[in-house]
Write a protein that binds this ligand. Structure first.
Ligand code: ADP
Ligand code: MG
Length: 728
């Protein structure tokens, strides 16, 4: 008996081979397949007569008629099948041509009635369709039960060997059989309140909508549902955490004052406000979960250090985790300096090496004695990468975990840190990635938010300039002058052209010749030529810059394929002024502090998201010298102009993140892939009202019924959902 939970390979039309391909989309069962939703639709809903098609030249049209001639032949080179047909209705005739679809010879015959949809072109022999969608019909005028034409037709994201046509052919009969059996997930009261389509109807309407309004209604329902599940998930975790206990660390106001007095600068108001919120959280036994957001250079480290110092003076330990070893070392240096007069013992763990700072001295120690020191509390604060939470690393009394640019850190990871102990550590997460409010409320919905929204006063605003191709020379001359003044320059070179990748995919999918978007000379480029290697491209740019543009300057490359010690040595040389220009790919670590660098030059700026460009820009402007950001672009399109102009005009990361979301959509959000947010929910992220509604709905349900006892279907879906998304 076939049911919703039947594996797809048991469906006769699918079988083992197709099932394997479907697996790439995560589709294993009939239900999964019914929930594989189209990416977009083709509107073939208006059927016109062939004579009317004359008025539709260059547009998409749908006609019905009888095949009066059909023939398949080989191309001159004998490689490709060409099928030509003539179709006629009561008003006129139209020619049709299909390339490379040899099976048409068997499936379509003279005197068959057919429905065709596609772009109308004009050729030597009159009007024609080039490769239209088609389906056989019983008679002209038939418009019930059409699948590929004569309606709003779903278009899915495809993979090798799975076409939209095939998906429609498989999904439609399954909908007839099983749509009614899909269990409703959303609570009745929510469906009623928001007038949502019931799930069975919504699934139908998403695949084969009666109108675009119906499709939108179905989408709205699933956007809500996915966001609602994320909210339930996040809020449930939060409830779980609230039931645990952390060490309460009363604020030592004198100590905090001594610390701020010891700084060579005054804290900004924002820094003070954030520090206060954090220190207040630490006073409670409820575990803190706070996200400290602030632009690059806004001074998050000092704020985190205050929290650490307060926890240490309350007699507990602190872990400080950075995303890379270079950054961990930098933090070790900074924090040792900041805390040098406070009698704190600081440790750094990187790979196999360890280092400690105490009694105003730094010393190398073995990893073994480092671990021993942690366990018997000879160390107050341990700085490192993720290695700090690995097996074998035991803190005696860990009360605060600080995460720099690590984003997610869940209840589970905390649990892991405190195995067999009663108290869980407080958590302070820091990020310079500006997160739009919708995303903060979803992916980070369990965290309280603190914003540092002003920069230290001595900073000059970075001048951001779009450099047109004809202004390059001028920009290069300016850079040379700055270098002669002792300034450092970053050059960011984008990852390899996605155009080449797209072209490659297109050729694989359509075979040569079919689509008009493939350039005429497609066949002279071999696929291996297209797959240019990133490092190779960087080397070419290096050659160009060092031989042609800046022959007198010291240029060095930095890329992701290099080992950590090498990267570190290069960064250090750059910091010391032994390198003038650092040329790197976009993968190179964020957060590295090189105050003497005053120029950020970005090649192919149009290929980056605004938030990412803003991050790059934050590498400079870290001193009182005037800094510059040059955006080199070759793409004059309006959309691109609009985006780059937004960057010139705004220095505020949050504004830019919202702009990115608005201009490029949620797919552009920096790091969205790693959040694993499903498609429909992503689309919902553009809508703050929707996000707020789902959050309120989730809260309401959990307050009434924290275990979801009265909502078994919802509970089950949530369980499946949790395995599907993994926030890390
Ligand atoms: P980020 O928020 O990017 O982590 P950092 O904490 O690395 O920024 O701070 C950047 C630089 O600004 C550091 O050199 C730090 O000492 C300095 N700094 C921090 N706060 C202030 C302030 N209020 N006034 C002046 N300089 C500051
Ligand atoms: Mg930082």
């Amino acid at each position: 008996m076939i049911s919703l939970s039947t594996p797809v390979e048991e469906i006769p039309k699918i079988g083992v081979a197709y099932a394997k391909r479907l697996k790439k989309f995560g589709i294993k069962t009939v239900q999964d397949l019914l929930f594989y939703f189209p990416a977009r639709y083709d509107d073939f809903s208006e059927i016109i007569s062939i004579s009317q098609a004359r008025n539709k030249l260059g547009e998409v049209a749908c006609v019905q008629g009888e095949i009066i001639e059909i023939e398949t032949s080989k191309s001159i080179y004998g490689r490709m099948a060409i099928t030509k047909a003539v179709v006629q209705d009561r008003t006129a005739q139209i020619n049709v041509i299909w390339f490379n679809q040899p099976y048409l010879e068997k499936s379509l015959r003279e005197n068959d009635f057919i429905c065709l949809a596609g772009k109308i072109s004009l050729g030597k022999e009159g009007l024609f369709f080039n490769g239209p969608a088609y389906e056989r019909i019983n008679e002209i005028g038939e418009n019930e039960e059409l699948t590929h034409t004569g309606r709003i037709v779903p278009v899915y994201s495809e993979t090798k060997g799975i076409t939209s046509r095939w998906l429609r052919y498989v999904i439609k009969p399954l909908l007839y059989r099983f749509a009614d059996q899909i269990q409703e997930t959303l609570p009745k009261e929510i469906i009623k309140k928001y007038k949502f389509l019931p799930i069975q109807e919504a699934v139908w309407q998403l695949h084969f909508p009666d109108s675009f309004e119906h499709a939108d209604a179905a989408k709205a329902r699933f956007s809500f549902e996915e966001l609602f599940l994320i909210q339930l998930n996040v809020l449930k975790e939060k409830i779980k955490l609230m039931q645990k206990k952390s060490a309460a660390c009363p604020m030592d106001t004198d100590l905090m004052k001594n610390f701020t007095d010891s700084l060579p600068f005054k804290l900004t108001d924002s820094q003070k406000k954030c520090a206060f919120a954090i220190l207040k959280d630490l006073e409670k036994t409820v575990p803190m979960s706070r996200l400290l957001e602030g632009d690059v250079g806004s001074g998050k480290t000092v704020v985190a250090t205050m929290a650490a110092l307060n926890v240490i003076k309350n007699g507990h330990q602190v872990a400080f985790m950075a995303p890379t070893e270079i950054l961990a070392k930098q933090h070790f240096k900074t924090i040792s300096e900041l805390l040098k007069n406070f009698g704190v013992k600081i440790g750094l763990l990187t790979g196999k090496n360890a280092r400690i700072f105490k009694d105003n001295e730094t010393a190398e120690i073995s990893k073994k004695s480092f671990l021993g020191d942690l366990e018997n509390e000879q160390l107050n604060i341990a700085i490192g990468t993720h290695s700090l939470i690995q097996k074998g690393v035991e803190f005696k009394d860990l009360a605060l975990v600080i995460l720099d640019e690590q984003h997610r850190f869940g209840v589970e990871q905390r649990d892991h840190l405190i195995k067999n102990k009663k108290l869980v550590p407080h958590l302070l997460s820091m990020t310079a990635t500006p997160i739009p409010r919708t995303l903060a409320l979803t992916a980070y919905g369990d965290l309280d938010l603190s914003l540092i929204n002003e920069m230290p006063k001595d900073r000059k605003k970075i001048k951001t300039i779009i450099v047109e191709p004809n202004q390059r020379k001028e920009a290069y001359a300016f850079i040379e002058k700055e270098v002669k003044d002792g300034k450092g320059v970053f050059v960011i070179f984008p990852k390899i052209d996605s155009q080449a990748t797209k072209l490659k995919e297109a050729i694989e999918k359509h075979g040569p010749v079919s689509g008009s978007f493939i350039p005429q000379n497609y066949n002279v480029l071999s696929l291996s030529q297209l797959a240019v290697n990133e490092v190779k491209a960087l080397k070419e740019e290096y050659e160009r810059l060092s031989k042609e543009v800046f022959p007198d300057l010291r240029i060095t490359m930095l890329h992701g394929k290099m080992k950590a010690p090498e990267k570190e040595r290069i960064m250090l040389d750059f910091k010391k002024g032994e390198i003038d220009i650092l040329l790197s790919t976009s993968v190179v670590e964020v957060g590295v502090d090189v105050p003497r660098a005053t120029i950020m030059m970005i090649e192919g700026a149009e290929r980056f998201g605004l938030s990412q460009l803003h991050q790059f820009r934050g590498r400079v402007g870290r001193s009182d010298m005037q800094s510059y950001c040059f955006l080199f672009t070759t793409d004059p399109s309006m959309l691109n102009r609009k985006r780059l102009k937004a960057l010139v005009e705004s220095n505020n990361g949050f504004e830019l993140a919202e702009k990115d979301l608005e201009i490029r959509g949620p797919g552009s959000l920096y790091g969205t892939q790693q959040w694993g947010i499903p498609d429909m929910a992503m689309q919902g992220l553009t809508n703050i009202f929707l996000v707020e509604k789902t959050r309120a709905a989730a809260k309401e349900i959990l307050e009434k019924d924290p275990e979801l006892k009265n909502y078994p279907e919802l509970k089950e879906r949530l369980k499946q959902f949790q395995t599907r998304i993994h926030f890390e």
